[in-house]
Design a protein around this ligand. Sequence first.
Ligand SMILES: Nc1ncnc2c1ncn2[C@@H]1O[C@H](COP(=O)(O)OP(=O)(O)O)[C@@H](O)[C@H]1O
Ligand SMILES: [Mg+2]
Length: 251
Amino acid sequence: MATPTTSADLSAATPPVILAFATQKGGMGKTTLSVLVASWLHYKRRIPVAILDVDASQLSVYNLRLRETEQMDEETKKRFNEMNLDPYPVERGEPADVPNMLRHVPADIRFVFIDLPGNIDIDGYEQALGMVDYLLVPMETSEFSVTTGFNYLNAIRQIDLLPADRCRIVWNKFKESRDAELADQLSERFREYGFESMKSRIPQRDSYQDAANRSTMFPMPIQYLRHSGLKDLFVEIESLSLIPQQDEQPN
Ligand SMILES: Nc1ncnc2c1ncn2[C@@H]1O[C@H](COP(=O)(O)OP(=O)(O)O)[C@@H](O)[C@H]1O
Ligand SMILES: [Mg+2]
């Protein structure tokens, strides 16, 4: 997206990739995955990111950032300063504000994550989604979750906001022994409808509830990454920036 607004901006050739982990159901991991991926790319890979928190009834990311900055003890401050990096911007707003918020994202930002409400009927939702390059839909293999996710993807397709090849299913809260076969079958069915799944699957882990593993100021600790599937997700998402983005629509 990102239309250059001044001649100086014209030199910033690459607009950021706009991503949203989104679905119509709450509790699927939208916020958790946004924070984990954004923090990894920013603090570990040193790729500038921003989060737009427009899930206005919760403001989970915005409030998390506030808590984290207000409650930093000396030890944490020291650890943070050692990274020698500014924290990434976390802006709050309503879905209708997204086009304008994106215009004000600093020019060096490479990825913008939008945390959307879990309700497609909210004012401005369509405008916000219309700005997205990739829609990442977290899903569990339960019938209810798959049905909700499928209906959501179809609703998006019907209003013609995003082509199916810009949507990806992310299997979350995944248990290999329970879900592997089913996720393969479901991925194949979704593919028949034109929707691909991310290769990485995110295991169910109680550790994601732990505040230290869900930070807007630090990357996920390395010891939690082993066998977590998250590292693969980080790499997969980073590689989305290599796919040519949509051309700007004239209007
Ligand atoms: N892979 C996972 N394993 C275990 N718990 C998870 C996982 N992903 C998310 N959760 C938990 O599920 C709950 C809902 O996640 P959240 O990101 O707030 O969902 P949403 O933003 O979609 O409403 C949180 O308590 C979170 O810690
Ligand atoms: Mg949320």
